[in-house]
Write a protein that binds this ligand. Sequence first.
Ligand SMILES: [Zn+2]
Length: 307
Amino acid sequence: MSGINQGARQIHNQGGDVSRQETPLELEQSFENAAKLLRDADSVLIAAGAGMGVDSGLPDFRGSDGLWNGYSAALPGGRPILEAANLHVFESEPTFAWGFYGHRLDLYRRTAPHDGFRLLRLIGETMEHGMFVFTSNVDGQFQKAGFHGSLICEYHGSLHHLQCLEACNSDIWSANNFMPVIDASQCQLVSPLPACRHCGALARPNVLMFSDWNWNPARKDQQERDLMRWLKAVRRMVVIELGAGTAIPAVRVFSGRTGRPVIRINPHEAQLGGINGVSLPLGALEAVTAIAHRLGVGPQGASALPH
Ligand SMILES: [Zn+2]
């Protein structure tokens, strides 16, 4: 957990930008280099952090404008909303904790994934060994964009799943029947708290929180085993990494450890830091659209059907 705690400090210290402005010519060359890597690949690992959802209207870990526009936002009176993302708050103030997570669950259900998701899926479908997703996001947006659940590793869990806070057994179940009603101004759940379907105790989201010794990682562990099996089968894999910053470094670290070329897409922190690949200091949608265009994949409005 030390990495995440370090990240929390960095959320408030946003002076770490090292990306520079690229000239249009340099960007063109980078798009072409990225497309060439993908043309030569037999598979693609899509590694996504919080920045992936920004173009769909979701908050990342940098924004601080408005009550709910960034996780560093505060309630009236100054209490940081992010305090709710802590196991001990679930025990002491469950309506506050579920105010935070319930608001996000509702937001994720209402959010339509931006077109970059569709284009990534189409790029993956052109590959001999297809694609796999590795993400720290708990928002379920890849599933919503049509990625098959068996091709996704949700490394920090999924907000669309619940588990028992009392750990009465190891079950993880869908949150689909939980319809939270939130007083967003106070970050409070005002509808009934969700209950464990076995013992009736409080249910919590199956996501990794701060100081969280209680998280049930069984679902993530299975996904991770599937990912490792896939990684062993591929030969010329390329990583497309999107919106994964240094604040919560799990995705970035994983990309680098594959030892394969990384196309790093990040408007604030696109530096490669010594790994082999292409740096694109852009948002996810803009960069993926440009790469897909060069690959001739998925132009919107075009039709392969005869008129
Ligand atoms: Zn239970």
